[in-house]
Design a protein around this ligand. Structure first.
Ligand SMILES: C[S@@+](CC[C@H](N)C(=O)[O-])C[C@H]1O[C@@H](n2cnc3c(N)ncnc32)[C@H](O)[C@@H]1O
Length: 500
């Protein structure tokens, strides 16, 4: 096959994916006692990279890395290659081709990313994907392979079956999507299963490409964790850990300090049991070659060697006096509780520093200083902070990293956004990525402002341009209001690391 018509016809929304950032993957690996390569100078391969919405920002962030993307859909690969050419960076290539027939001269990679691919390709391509990992991972290299998990999908299979049966493949992609929406309405009226009703409600609001490529895809084959681990084994690969958010982790009492090989089976059984207990739907597995050192279940002690970033807010006034639970929310709306005064102070410090990361000692110092300012420094309890931080890291309320080199610019008198952000903002079909690999939801006005931030306009001039642009769409807004909005928007861009 030389292209994939379904993805040519309705391309996948190609988004930046925070969980695939190599600095994050290296941090997760370290929590599992596994030392992954330096992400800043890594060779990174992304399989099934769509138009490169994830890979290109990684290449941009680390100019000394070398990134290769492989994508079978001709349309998506072409869009990615054209974007790279327009951006003019040389450390990323998007190749049109089949991951099962890679060119011979690609070499070894420190990180291999395959997000949303494994469960959505035929078994022969699944095996090829694992072969690619085995033959192209460097000695300490790490692969990220996400897949749908049987434990959680068992309840959803009837929904997929009904949608497939009642949305004929003969229709064009948009017609099929429209038909699937009608089927969802019918199923909603018929069903009383809360899991299905929740999923139907989500699907009706989700991006068309999600419903189309998840529920109407030719292949969507959820795998049990144990089966996945067995497939890794058959390909000379081994599980390192989970890179997705988790509310529960496997702990094996005597595991830390290089898990004996004999314990790996027990660990995998426990992971499978966790999936059954939590009806896990999706996993993001970190994988290494089986001749690399053995990983182990994650341990909070390893936090001391990492750095952290978090974009959290709390609506309540923070109580740093007592260990009362308070709720912190990230931009995606996920809520994370914290109780210990030292943790709450640490989250405040991280929020102020964002997108810059704080090392563990810096975080301790910042937390201690805040508690001092509130006159409660005597209560500083590092062990309690570390325990709570570990839970927050596992749940992705706080993201760990091994790279502290990110600096964020301030909006000066002549604000300037970096070239990637400007090009993303002015290219329809591209999502603007924050420096921490998050997709930013920007309205048209914000995109057009970002697109012209080349350092040649003063804030005043920018506000004038924005006022005129908004007037063309029928929105008459006073100069002062537009100026305030412009300042606020520039602040948001700075917070996402888009300004230089
Ligand atoms: C569900 S999409 C995920 C895209 C992207 N990784 C992401 O998560 O945003 C799956 C992608 O894998 C690509 N793909 C499927 N089979 C492939 C193959 N044999 N070789 C390369 N790419 C393939 C599809 O064209 C599609 O872009």
């Amino acid at each position: 096959m030389d292209t994939l018509p379904s993805y040519d016809e309705l391309p996948y929304d190609s988004l930046p994916l925070p969980e695939t950032q190599p600095d994050f993957l290296a941090a997760v690996a370290r929590l599992h006692g596994f030392e992954a390569p330096d992400p800043r100078r890594a060779r990174i391969l992304e399989l099934g990279c769509a138009q490169g919405g994830n890979l290109i920002p990684l290449a941009w962030r680390w100019p000394e890395s070398e990134c290769v993307g492989v994508e079978l859909s001709r349309v998506q690969a072409g869009a990615g290659a054209a974007f790279v050419a327009a951006l003019g960076i040389r450390n990323v290539r998007i190749l049109h081709g089949d991951l099962a027939a890679l060119p011979d001269d690609l070499g070894q990679f420190d990180y291999i990313i395959a997000h949303g691919v494994f469960s959505w390709v035929p078994p022969a391509v699944q095996r090829a994907l694992l072969d690619v990992c085995r033959s192209h991972l460097s000695a300490q290299g790490v692969a990220y392979i996400s897949f749908n998990v049987a434990a959680g999908w068992a309840r959803l299979q009837p929904l997929r079956a009904a949608l497939l049966e009642r949305s004929p493949v003969e229709l064009s992609a948009p017609e099929r999507y429209g038909q699937a929406l009608r089927v969802l309405d019918e199923l909603e009226a018929e069903s009383s299963d809360p899991v299905l009703l929740k999923e139907i409600a989500y699907l009706k609001s989700a991006a068309p490409s999600y419903l189309f490529h998840e529920y109407l895809a030719d292949f969507n084959m959820p795998t049990a964790f144990g089966e996945f681990a067995a497939q890794l084994d058959a390909h000379g690969l081994r599980y390192i850990g989970e890179a997705g958010p988790r509310n529960a982790v496997v702990e094996l009492e005597d595991a830390w300090g290089l898990i004996p090989e004999s314990m790996a089976g027990r660990w995998q059984d426990a992971e499978a049991a966790l999936d059954d207990g939590h009806a896990t739907r999706f996993r993001r597995a970190l994988v290494a070659c089986d001749d690399a050192p053995c990983a182990q279940p994650p341990k909070g002690d390893a936090l001391t060697g990492l750095a952290f970033h978090a974009d959290l807010i709390s609506d309540d006034e923070l109580d740093l006096q007592d260990a009362t639970e308070q709720r912190f929310t990230n931009p995606a709306g996920n809520v994370f509780p914290a109780s210990q005064p030292a943790t709450k102070a640490a989250l405040m410090a991280l929020s102020t520093a964002y997108p810059v990361a704080l090392t563990y000692p810096e975080l301790l110092a910042a937390s201690r200083q805040l508690l001092n300012e509130y006159g409660v420094a005597d209560d500083f309890d590092e062990a309690a902070l570390r325990d709570e931080l570990f839970q927050l890291v596992m749940a992705h309320g706080v993201m760990p990293t091994v790279d502290t080199g990110l600096h964020a610019g301030e909006p000066g008198e002549y604000p300037c956004a970096h070239a990637l952000a400007r090009l993303q903002a002015s290219s329809p079909g591209w999502v603007v990525s924050g420096m921490r690999q998050v997709g930013l939801e920007l309205d048209e006005a914000a995109r057009s402002l970002l697109g012209i931030l080349d350092g040649s306009h003063s804030v005043d001039e920018l506000a004038g341009i924005m006022q005129a642009t908004l007037a063309q769409t029928g929105l008459e807004i006073s100069r002062q209001t537009v100026l305030d909005l412009t300042h606020h928007q520039l602040w948001l861009f700075a917070r996402q690391g888009l300004l230089v």
